[in-house]
Design a protein around this ligand. Structure first.
Ligand SMILES: O=P(O)(O)OC[C@H]1O[C@H](OP(=O)(O)OP(=O)(O)O)[C@H](O)[C@@H]1O
Ligand SMILES: O=c1cc[nH]c(=O)[nH]1
Ligand SMILES: [Mg+2]
Length: 212
């Protein structure tokens, strides 16, 4: 599995503001949206394209267009929804599937409460959106759903990742030879006793959707 920590001053600037406990929900939503677009630019570096020729007003020119079928983008509800607009802004023809997952805060195990994915993902490139990669239980389950339906490769875009989550993904998929990438704005220090990323940004879903 490949992990890419995007090293860019604008990414660091927006992430710092997201971490700030004083950032209110409307600002948090806007920053998350902007940050995803920057991460998505890096995450889509390997998106498949097909050679085409276009007519400019002057001559024929060679170029590319996205290979069809377009990639599948899968936000993990609830918090991943806050990343969908930022992603589809740069990949407007993407198909969108949904996974609803919640982590039981006492066991830290992920439970799936909704799946709305194409049945057949043979040969498809997939992008999973979830702001937080903590223990990795949620992302591992989501990635398994996609590979079970035939996905060719999966890239997860996470605002923040913990070393424990990256290690869990490596242990789960490392020996499978499946192409998986995690693209994140930062690899934080650790998880605390409650499974929260430290220094982190708190509960991403609550901060996005106004509980705090
Ligand atoms: O890596 P893990 O330890 O599995 O934890 C990460 C998950 O926890 C959060 O979702 P949460 O369960 O809080 O649901 P929500 O999006 O509805 O807030 C987050 O958005 C991830 O999906
Ligand atoms: O730090 C964390 C860990 C899991 N989920 C969150 O929203 N934040
Ligand atoms: Mg939450």
């Amino acid at each position: 599995m490949e992990t890419l920590v995007v090293d860019h001053p604008l990414v660091a600037h927006k992430l710092t503001a997201l971490r700030d406990v004083r950032t209110d929900s409307p600002t948090f939503r806007r920053l998350a949206d902007e940050l995803v677009t920057l991460l998505a630019y890096e995450a889509t570096r390997d998106v498949r394209v097909t050679d085409v020729t276009v007519e400019t007003p002057l001559v024929s020119a060679r170029g590319v267009r996205l290979t069809r079928p377009a990639p599948l983008v899968v936000p993990i509800l609830r918090a991943g929804l806050g990343m969908l607009d930022g992603m589809t802004r740069i990949l407007p023809t993407a198909e969108v599937g949904f996974l609803g997952m919640i982590r039981d805060e006492s066991t830290l195990k992920a439970q799936t409460y909704a799946t709305r994915l194409p049945e057949d993902l043979s040969g498809r490139q997939c992008y999973v959106l979830d702001p937080m990669l903590a223990t990795g239980g949620t992302l591992a389950a989501a990635v398994r759903f996609l590979f079970d339906r035939g996905a060719q490769d999966v890239t997860a875009i996470c605002l923040l990742a913990a070393p424990e989550g990256i290690a869990h993904m490596d242990e789960t998929f490392g020996g499978t030879g499946k192409p998986i990438r995690v693209v994140t704005a930062a690899l934080d220090e650790r998880l605390n006793e409650q499974g929260y990323i430290v220094p982190g940004l708190g509960d991403a879903g609550d901060r996005l959707y106004g509980v705090v």
